[in-house]
Design a protein around this ligand. Structure first.
Ligand code: 13P
Length: 127
């Protein structure tokens, strides 16, 4: 099983929805985790099963970070809003940092997200 964490800041949620829709065949074969609002938007708009945690500003990023520390996340797709200050910026940085500490593939924009999804797809098709 491939475990993927999906997180998007508010101005990036639509981008994430479009992206996950486009790659639904791949994401539907993964175990998905998300912060609260991201997860509920994805469930609603794409119809995938997702385990959700708290909202990012309430500690959800840290919960996903903790999963990553435990080795339970294989890929992180985190569409940050680089143009808006976030009250929980330290939590956002913590997720990025922990991905680097544990060498977990992390995409923070759609171009890299696509490269990651192609990599995940390979795992399913044994390419
Ligand atoms: O703020 C977030 C990530 O830092 C995302 O949280 P939500 O998915 O609850 O909006």
């Amino acid at each position: 099983m491939v475990n993927v964490a999906l997180i998007a800041h508010d101005k990036k949620k639509l981008d994430l929805v479009m992206f996950v829709k486009e790659w639904k065949n791949v994401f539907s074969q993964c175990k998905l985790y998300a912060t609260k609002t991201t997860g509920s938007v994805l469930k609603d708009k794409v119809g995938l099963e997702i385990q959700t945690f708290e909202s990012g500003p309430l500690g959800g990023d840290l919960q996903i970070g903790a999963l990553a520390v435990s080795g339970k996340i294989d890929f992180v797709l985190f569409l940050r809003d680089p143009l808006t200050a976030q009250p929980h910026e330290p939590d956002v940085s913590a997720v990025l940092r922990i991905c680097d500490v544990h060498n977990i593939p992390l995409a923070t924009n759609l171009a890299t997200a696509e490269a990651l999804v192609l990599e995940i797809e390979k795992k399913f098709t044994n390419k």
